[in-house]
Design a protein around this ligand. Structure first.
Ligand code: HPA
Length: 233
């Protein structure tokens, strides 16, 4: 049996899967950070690889952008391939003045505007929460590697482009650290199927000031995030 969007065989995917939005990042991680990596998926160019990090088996699977695309891969990874730990590794824009570009966030929870959240819960609001064990583990690993992290809430949106000038004011006031497009549905689905999820994010831009990180900052923060995520396996 294989999934509709993932052409792997059951057993080809590790219990712990890292989930970048960008499939080329999955390929890059497999080629530069894993040993004996094997590609198990190329459908729609949404690469998935399984390999080893320090002897531990781990997979890395692109999800695409947004909650619709992410939900497809997360559903298949859990239901068909029996994945147990799903760790998003992505970028976000911050809406807080004291958070600098290139810093790493551990998302404890994700608010958002996904209709899926309302559909599943009859119009009520589920508090999409990361798994505490994974969060604690990531925090301890980051500390041991001397990588500073922020812990808190992020906002997952389905609309990247929105020209309302005051759009983020209420969320800034509410202490949201970063805005991205995938964590809310990841946390909701993981809990729904009784598996574990976490999002580790690097700050690629400041949405309020339009400041973007330099390629050097992006590379350093990507490597910091990946070191934490790969140690999780
Ligand atoms: N909006 C949504 N998702 C993002 C952003 C953003 O500004 N930056 C990185 N991911």
């Amino acid at each position: 049996m294989s999934g509709l969007h993932i052409e792997a065989k059951v057993g080809d995917i590790a219990e712990t899967v890292l989930l970048p939005g960008d499939p080329l990042r999955a390929k890059h991680v497999a080629e530069t950070m894993l040993e004996n990596a094997v590609c198990y998926n190329k459908i729609r160019g949404m690469y998935g690889f399984t390999g080893y990090y320090k002897g531990n088996r781990v997979s890395v699977q692109g999800t695409g952008m947004g909650m619709g695309s992410t939900a497809i891969y997360v559903n298949e990874l859990i239901s068909t391939f029996k994945v147990k730990n799903l760790i998003r590794v992505g970028t976000c824009g911050t809406i807080q003045e004291d958070i600098k570009l290139g810093q790493v966030l551990l998302a404890m929870s994700a608010s958002g505007d996904s209709d899926a959240n309302m559909m599943y819960f009859k119009g009520m609001h589920y508090a999409a929460t990361a798994d505490f064990d994974l969060l604690m583990k990531a925090y301890k690993i980051a500390n041991s590697l001397n990588i500073k992290t922020y812990q808190g809430s992020v906002f997952s949106t389905n609309t990247f482009y929105d020209d309302a000038p005051d759009r983020w004011n209420i969320w800034k006031k509410q202490g949201i650290l970063g805005v991205e497009m995938e964590s809310q549905i990841l946390f909701t689905l993981a809990k729904r199927f009784d598996v574990k999820a976490l999002s580790i994010l690097t700050v690629s831009d400041n949405i309020l000031t339009n400041e973007k990180s330099s390629s050097k900052e992006r590379e350093t923060s990507f490597n910091d995030m990946m070191k934490i995520a790969l140690e999780m396996a």
